[in-house]
Design a protein around this ligand. Structure first.
Ligand code: GLU
Ligand code: MG
Length: 454
């Protein structure tokens, strides 16, 4: 046995002992596929070693399971073949009910990474950033609507957007959520009642990209567990109820080089350094190409209405909530330091691919020496069409077909994340468009209200 193999053996044995002492009987390993849905396998604790080393079988169609339970076969993803779902020990966390959870990655049978494995793709992008000397941190926000177990709206008292009312009405759920997150080692930063009726949002602190995305997946699992315990479900649909605000899945990014932040301490606007400006320039220039990874589902477009803070305008601006890239500057009111918030993302996206595509665009912008585009300080919706054109502010597409056609044809997206991720995403999203073609907006929202719930 090699030294590495024997270190791994003892790491497995140690993890197993600790989990057993904590009362864990089974381990769930999850992956998120191209539809943005969370798939899982689970093993009794005694099989921890097998789950970690050899992995559990997963058919290649796992990549393209669709939101209605169907399969979006492609020329290369068919019924033939098998992959292995392996869990990382470092990510093991304890859930209620004698269970533990760990993030999973998908491998081919020969041990190489599956080219469409979203977690592997994000790890590769982060590796390229680190190799180029940049350390990325990502901070996620999670928005969801509490609904009845069948997905229908809860019967409740009047709702006050951002009010204390919602915090009191749902205090038992929120208290249980906080303690379950704590128990799993997730440091929730804050939680509030959102604009939508029975909509809540909590935020997570910045962390390295893969770890941060893993924590989002675990958080969704925990929201699902706690909501069930309180006789409810949580909807992570981009637009659970048409006619009102949707759910965003905003991501805050910061980059450091040699310990110095790229978004502060420089001579550009708000202290942005030249490389930070190039990163923002790269994100804005490439965002339409990768929009299919951020807002690609059949319900994503309906959320992108100006005036709903979903960041539908392609531009950036300091604290601008209508800009797809909101800038937060450094200062005493911002303990995490300057960062950019990509607001356009919604929770039907695969969180790993969303981070991977944005970070890859940032690196592409830096490598290409892009310039920071002109800042848009106010709400672009208050400008006339002509003023927006002169300021070069586009309204991002809200058409699922156009967003996915652009992704499919994008050499940039294919170059950054690879054909496998693009092809799987295009396949599942076109499948969604086909099965929804005859549905009215209300029917569409209702049918898929729980599609991204865990
Ligand atoms: N719910 C809004 C969205 O769809 C975001 C509201 C906020 O800025 O927190 O993205
Ligand atoms: Mg919010």
């Amino acid at each position: 046995m090699t030294e590495t193999a024997s270190a791994d053996e003892s790491a497995v044995a140690k993890a197993q002992r600790e989990l057993e002492a904590a009362g864990v009987r089974s381990v769930i390993g999850t992956v998120v596929n191209a539809s943005g849905i969370t798939l899982a396998k689970s093993v009794p604790l005694v099989r921890l070693k097998a789950f970690h080393q050899a992995g559990m079988g997963a058919a290649p169609v796992w990549h393209v399971f669709a939101i209605d339970g169907g399969i979006a076969f492609t020329d290369t993803i068919t019924t033939v073949g098998d992959m292995r779902l392996k869990i990382g020990l470092a990510g093991l966390r304890i859930l209620p009910g004698g269970r533990a959870w760990a993030p999973g990655s998908l491998f081919e049978q020969d041990g190489t990474a599956s080219p469409a494995c979203a977690r592997g793709i994000l790890a590769d992008v982060d590796g390229s950033l680190l190799e180029a000397g940049y350390e990325a941190l990502v901070g996620h926000e999670l928005e969801f609507f509490l609904v009845a177990p069948d997905g229908s709206a809860l019967e409740t008292t009047p709702w006050v957007p951002y009010g204390a009312t919602g915090l009191l009405d749902q205090s038992a759920f929120l208290d249980d959520l906080l303690s379950t997150l704590n128990h799993a080692g997730i440091p929730m930063e804050q939680i509030h009642a959102e604009y939508g009726r029975n909509q809540f949002e909590f935020s997570l602190p910045p962390a390295s990209p893969v770890h941060a995305a893993d924590t989002v997946v675990l958080s969704k699992v925990i929201v699902g567990i706690v909501a069930r315990a309180h006789g409810m479900q949580a909807s992570f649909s981009p637009l659970p109820f048409p006619g009102t605000v949707g759910n965003g899945a905003h991501q805050h990014l910061s980059l450091h080089k040699n310990g110095l932040p790229l978004f502060s301490g420089g001579s550009g606007p708000h202290g942005i350094r030249a490389e930070g400006g190039a990163a923002i320039g790269g994100i804005i220039a490439g965002l339409p190409d990768i929009q299919g990874f951020l807002t690609g589902s059949v319900l994503s477009g309906t959320r992108l209405t100006p005036g709903t803070w979903s960041g539908a305008y392609l531009c950036w601006g300091l604290e601008n909530r209508e800009a797809s890239v909101r800038f937060l500057s450094e200062g005493q009111s911002n303990p995490h330091g300057a960062n950019v918030e990509v607001k356009i993302i919604d929770p039907s996206a695969n969180v790993y691919l969303a981070s991977a595509s944005i970070l890859a665009l940032a690196l592409d912008g830096i490598s290409g020496g892009r310039r920071l585009p002109e800042e848009i300080p106010g709400d672009p919706g208050r400008l006339s069409e002509g003023e927006r054109q002169r300021a070069n502010v586009l309204l991002l597409s809200d058409s699922p077909a156009a967003i996915i056609d652009t992704l499919d044809k994008s050499r940039l997206a294919r170059g950054l994340l690879g054909d496998a991720a693009v092809d799987a995403t295009v396949a599942v999203r076109r499948y969604e468009q086909r099965i929804s073609a005859d549905l009215a907006p209300d029917e569409l929202a209702e049918r898929f209200r729980l599609a991204w719930s865990v």
